[in-house]
Design a protein around this ligand. Structure first.
Ligand code: AMP
Length: 420
């Protein structure tokens, strides 16, 4: 199927073509016709599936074709609420790109920065607003925003929203929305709490599920290194130096850990930056910008901060810590191997993380190949039912000089054949 067959208006088609999109992704193919018919939508999909365009294109189109839309005193007709600043900015950028040949205006608001620029932009009048919940409620209470004219409401990353404790904010917002509206609700996972919340927002929605898990996992070359916890920093430096990837995203479980990794890599003259919740908005944007532009080749991120990262052609993802929620693994590795690109995802697994590895392998339905040709192999056996030996007691293996296994990527040299 092509975008032409989805009855998309010419100015939007032109903008999409300029973005280089030739075919709609599965969620776009399913969601766009439903949304153009004005129906509500419950989408089980995560970042990386093309879901932003799936909701942005129909909203832009409906607003663009609305002949009663007043252009002199613009009213906010479409509201997208998303949990993080990075996601909010990215969504707004997408609205701007897809709507560049329409006369629609949009803006984005989020917390952690002064509100002056945001209120100035609101004062000029916008049709589409992208917001994080806290700042949105704040500006509503100050009288800068009214939701009275909303016709299109999108709640994005609902599960993340609940995890971050936004449930009361969301409920407050729902009460401020006009009852007659089109509502779209997206979540990567659909536990009961999310289904309950969606029931408060949606009328009789069309339900669309896209499962990028399997597809993503299949597209990405994955492997695991068994390594003692205390050797992870050395292994990371070793992997980065030998992989020589154009761009590497490293996931750290903790904010403190992310900063520590940056300092450790600096010892090997590897320039890395960290993004996490303790960094200011400006620092995060700057680090992300440097990474996107290729100025920094290594970015260390926590899961929450990484939700908004959309870097095309990200070549390597390193799971420095394995996540205890297996879906998070799929989320993380989905950062690479986007669109048609194939990527590499390497995971570091210490003895205590072996149960996490088993859960991940169960979810993706494949066994991850183990890379054993590296200087920091940890072959300690996991003792089922027993507390693992304290890591500190183990003698770290002699560190080889970084990169001493030669110039070639360890991954490419030793790429194990995945078992079918
Ligand atoms: P999202 O899931 O909205 O975060 O989108 C993931 C990535 O896919 C973004 O970089 C989009 O620019 C890109 N994308 C969205 N739709 C398409 C498409 N139809 N063809 C190619 N890339 C796309």
């Amino acid at each position: 199927m092509t975008f032409n067959e989805l009855n998309i208006a010419e100015p939007i088609l032109r903008a999409i073509a300029e973005k280089g999109y030739t075919h709609p992704t599965p969620i776009q193919e399913k969601a766009i016709p439903v949304l153009l018919r004005g129906e509500d939508l419950l989408g089980c999909a995560q970042t990386g599936t093309g879901k932003t365009a799936a909701f942005a294109i129909p909203i832009i189109q409906q607003l663009y074709l609305d002949e009663f839309r007043v252009k002199t005193h613009r009213k906010i007709k479409a509201l997208v609420v998303t949990p993080t600043r990075e996601l909010a900015i990215q969504i707004q950028e997408n609205f701007t790109e897809y709507g560049k040949y329409t006369d629609l205006r949009n803006t984005v608001i989020f917390g952690g920065v002064k509100q002056g620029k945001q209120t100035a932009s609101l004062r000029q009048g916008v049709d589409i607003l992208v917001a994080t919940p806290g700042r949105l409620l704040d500006l509503i209470s100050q009288g800068f925003i009214t939701l009275k004219h909303i016709e299109y409401f999108v709640l994005d990353e609902a599960d993340q929203m609940l995890d971050m404790g936004f449930v009361h904010d969301i409920k407050k917002l729902i009460n401020l929305l006009p009852t007659k509206r089109q509502s779209l609700f997206f979540s990567a996972t659909m536990p009961k709490s999310i289904i309950d919340l969606s029931g408060k927002i949606l009328g009789n929605p069309e339900r669309i599920t896209v499962k990028p898990e399997q597809a993503t996992a299949e597209k990405v070359d994955q492997a695991v290194y068994f390594v003692a916890k205390e050797n992870k920093p050395n292994l990371l430096a070793h992997v980065i130096l030998s992989e020589k990837a154009e761009s590497t995203l490293v996931f750290s479980r903790t904010k403190h850990g992310a900063d520590k990794i940056v300092r450790r890599l600096a010892k090997d003259k590897i320039t890395a930056e960290a993004i996490h919740g303790n960094k200011s908005q400006n620092q995060r944007q700057k680090a992300l910008g440097n990474f996107k532009d290729g100025k920094t080749k290594v970015l260390i991120a926590t899961d929450i901060a990484a939700r908004g990262i959309d870097v095309s052609e990200l070549s390597l993802v390193v799971n420095y810590d394995l996540p205890n929620v297996p879906e998070t693994y799929v989320h993380r590795i989905g950062r690479t191997g986007r669109a048609k690109a194939s990527g590499i995802a390497l995971s570091f697994c210490d003895v205590e993380e072996r149960p996490y590895l088993r859960d991940i392998e169960k979810l993706i339905n494949q066994k991850l190949p183990v890379i054993s040709d590296h200087p920091y192999v940890d072959d300690s056996k996991e003792e089922v039912g027993k507390k693992p030996e304290p890591q500190a007691k183990k003698k770290p293996q002699q560190a080889r000089k970084p990169g001493s296994t030669g110039n070639k990527s360890v991954w490419r040299r030793n790429k194990p054949k995945p078992k079918s």
